[in-house]
Design a protein around this ligand. Structure first.
Ligand code: ATP
Length: 504
């Protein structure tokens, strides 16, 4: 996540170093600041005005039910608008011609439609509504699509892929989807299988570490994998890309922004010269990465969000001021009961921290699992599966699972460490913050995120993230567990009462 940006990568395209945008990040867009009556808040002067003081009373009111609880009925309305930019100026992007109200209107194969309905998708989400008509029309055009976490981007590109395949060639790779982690690639493979379950002749294969035996050919129409493994398979001539029509990068900003992954994605793209459509999807596209994305996916139509529209409104974002770095553990242990009302993910910076706090929590009699990049692939798969099925309710992990993972029961995300960029932790990582908290509040559900601060640096970093997105953070008092419990429970309970809504 935090490797230096790949100037070399950009150089190899056409323009000078578009990714070298270290200056990019924290221009304040809002005067809102994290509220605070805590020590760090008192000491750190807000850059944009005095700290707000009303959150405590807001929290009280919410507990008393005087104010719509954080998240209300368990569902929330999505009122944001997406901005559609057509590259080819073929018409008015806001015309009804460019959006659909039902999946039938797409005119896709009935077998695909049947798959969509079997997943209980009643109508398209906003990103699906806006993007799909552009994605499936002929001739194929490139697309850069941005939409908040949990709003159904995967189905948008999966339906596109399924509608472009030649089903008379089951062993010929025709569509390639890349994701930054094996878990996300496997999850996408599952969505292709689900939406494509009634499509006659569909073949799908995963290309993640360990999935394709050495020397064996990749023999499926749709291949979902991680960039390094796919690159190796192509180089070793196990993967014939001569008839590849469509390339999709999920979490595209992350993939293009990182030295290793970005290099690999570029190499893969260069090895599939016949590709007709390049799709880039993510919830976040920082400006400097967007510039590079537009070179990677030339003449793309784009669907973009403004910075203050990026947060999912159903996620109640909170923070706790912990006594010290080590003191965060006691606070975490105290939260355990709340973490297990639904399911929870605890994000830490380092693998050792994940191991350490999981051992301590288990030692204290709690049930948790931990997973990170040092685990074997099969073990990673099995731990995530346990978490998906609810067998394990508390997962401790690093940024390896910050993006894309879709487990609808997750009602709480804890940022044990505030996400920072670079090995030196030099600046807050606003994108990772957004992706981490986006593991809850999926598709209209509500959820809670709690970020731990413990010193001036972590407090300022969180405050900058809040300012970046124009959000208010609710402070939970570490000395008043009764109120903390009431506030968090009110949100989580409403989340558990909620069902899917279809208007994201
Ligand atoms: N039209 C729909 N109706 C109902 N549920 C849907 C619809 N489209 C997608 N979903 C569900 O919404 C959830 C979130 O979708 P998905 O994982 O694609 O989100 P995303 O936008 O890719 O999020 P992220 O940015 O976190 O990767 C999934 O469980 C998916 O099954």
């Amino acid at each position: 996540m935090s490797d230096p940006k790949p100037a070399s990568l950009a150089d190899r395209i056409t323009q000078p170093a578009p990714l070298d945008g270290a200056s990019a990040s924290f221009t304040p867009v809002s005067t809102k600041t994290a509220s605070a009556s805590a020590s760090w808040a008192d000491e750190v002067a807000s850059p944009t005005g005095p700290p707000k003081t009303e959150e405590a009373s807001l929290a009280d009111a919410q507990v008393d039910g005087q104010v719509e609880p954080l998240g209300g009925s368990g569902l929330h309305d999505a009122t944001y608008e997406v901005e559609v930019k057509l590259s080819d100026l073929q018409g008015d992007a806001n015309s009804p011609l460019y959006s659909i109200q039902s999946f039938e209107e797409l005119g896709i194969n009935p077998e695909i439609l049947k798959g969509i309905y079997s997943m209980n998708f009643k109508k398209p989400s906003k990103i699906q509504e806006k993007a799909l008509p552009l994605l499936i029309r002929d001739p194929p055009t490139n697309m850069i699509a941005q939409s908040q976490s949990g709003t159904g981007k995967t189905a948008a590109f999966v339906i596109t892929i399924l509608s472009r395949l030649d089903y008379t060639k089951p062993e010929q790779p025709q569509a390639l989807c890349l994701a930054p982690s094996r878990e996300l690639a496997r999850q996408i493979e599952g969505v292709v299988r689900s939406i494509g379950q009634f499509v006659n002749g569909l073949t799908i294969q995963a290309a993640v570490p360990g999935a394709v035996e050495r020397g064996a050919k990749v023999k499926a129409m749709v291949v979902v994998g991680t960039p390094g493994t796919v690159m190796d398979l192509i180089k070793r001539r196990q993967f014939d890309t001569s008839q590849m029509k469509i390339l999709c990068l999920d979490e595209a900003d992350n993939m293009l922004d990182q030295q290793g992954l970005g290099d690999q994605c570029l190499r893969v793209k260069q090895m599939i010269p016949a590709v007709k459509q390049i799709l880039l999807f993510s919830a976040t596209f920082p400006e400097e990465v967007m510039r590079y994305a537009k070179q990677f996916s030339p003449s793309a139509n784009s669907i973009e969000l403004k910075r203050d529209e990026l947060t999912v409104r159903g996620i109640s974002q909170m923070y706790m001021d912990c006594p010290s770095d080590d003191g965060k553990y006691e606070i975490l242990a105290n939260l355990y009961g709340l973490m297990t009302i639904g399911s929870s993910i605890i994000f830490v910076k380092k693998r050792e921290t994940a191991d350490n706090i999981s051992a301590r929590l288990i030692g204290d009699g709690h049930q948790v699992v931990a997973v990170h990049g040092a685990f074997e692939g099969a073990e990673r798969d099995s731990i995530l599966e346990q978490f998906r099925t609810g067998q394990s309710k508390v997962l401790i992990t690093t940024n390896v699972l910050a993006r894309g993972i879709d487990v609808s029961s997750v009602s709480m995300v804890i940022n044990y460490d505030i996400p920072m960029k670079g090995r030196s932790d030099s600046e807050p990582d606003a994108e990772t913050y957004l992706h981490r908290i986006g593991r809850t509040g999926r598709f209209g559900r509500v959820g809670v995120s709690i970020s731990f601060v413990f010193d001036r640096k972590s407090y300022v970093a969180l405050q900058q993230i809040a300012t970046h997105y124009g959000i208010d953070l609710i402070r939970l008092d570490t000395d008043d567990w009764d109120t903390t419990e009431k506030i968090v429970k009110s949100v989580i309970r409403s989340s558990r009462a909620g069902t899917n809504m279809n208007n994201n």
